[in-house]
Design a protein around this ligand. Structure first.
Ligand SMILES: [Zn+2]
Length: 236
């Protein structure tokens, strides 16, 4: 599956880490693009844009809390938790974050804007990005020393190979059907819980994700995004 040799991959990874040591906190850009492209999203090439918006200090307080949920209580994620977070979409001053609610909020924004006849694709760009962050273990678990120390490297685990592995992601995708907001919330919770479990595992084993594990995670994001696109575009 990997198209780069180990040596080339680790060299480019080192270089990448040098370049990206100051920004961070989401799968890196090419990983986000690939998640969205594998899902068949027409605007896949914009899927990293929410991180660009977040990098402007004026926007940061509004945008950044949409990208993670630290789950300090280490609770199993369920439909109710996801829906409860929706009211916090784009809200500041929420230390724990509200990634799950941001996905719901972006889908609602798309529905409202498209119903009013506006060009409504940009809420879906945010949605595609948040669904990408959803499968990243360190966006679903405490921001502890482990998370701080290993965040950037784990964000970039497959960054150097991912653009050549869209087909591999697609072959790992599963079929999901979403008929309503409850279905959506339940599917968000499922991906969040796999990410949490992997987050617990790598902490216990004190290591980074493997490439294989990262590909399994992003495939789940692509599956969910594809289902969301089918859901929101369905004429009712
Ligand atoms: Zn992000």
């Amino acid at each position: 599956m990997y198209t780069l040799s180990r040596g080339a991959a680790s060299l480019s990874m080192m270089f990448y880490l040098m370049l990206s040591s100051v920004q961070a906190y989401a799968w890196h850009d090419k990983t986000h693009l690939s998640i969205a492209e594998a899902a068949g999203f027409e605007l896949w090439y914009s899927a990293a844009a929410p991180d660009v918006a977040k990098s402007k200090s004026e926007f940061r307080p509004i945008e950044e809390k949409n990208h993670y949920f630290n789950n300090n209580a280490q609770k199993e994620v369920d439909e109710a938790m996801v829906l409860e977070q929706a009211a916090r979409y784009n809200k500041t001053g929420d230390a724990e974050g509200h990634l799950y609610g941001a996905i719901i909020g972006a889908v609602r924004a798309y529905k409202e804007e498209s119903a009013s006849g506006k060009y409504a694709e940009y809420p879906l760009v945010f949605c595609a990005h948040y669904i990408g962050d959803l499968s990243m273990p360190l966006h679903n678990t405490e921001y502890d020393d482990f998370n701080k120390k290993r965040h950037t490297v784990n964000d970039g685990i497959i960054e150097s190979s991912v653009r050549n592995n869209i087909g591999y992601i697609q072959r790992n995708m599963s079929e999901i059907t979403i008929e309503n907001e409850s279905d959506l919330a339940r599917e968000i919770a499922k991906v969040a819980n796999t990410a949490r479990r992997l987050g617990t595992k790598i902490r216990k084993e004190n290591r980074n994700m493997t490439g294989e594990e990262a590909y399994i995670q992003v495939s789940q994001s692509s599956s969910l995004l594809k289902a969301v696109l089918n859901y929101v575009r369905k004429k009712s």
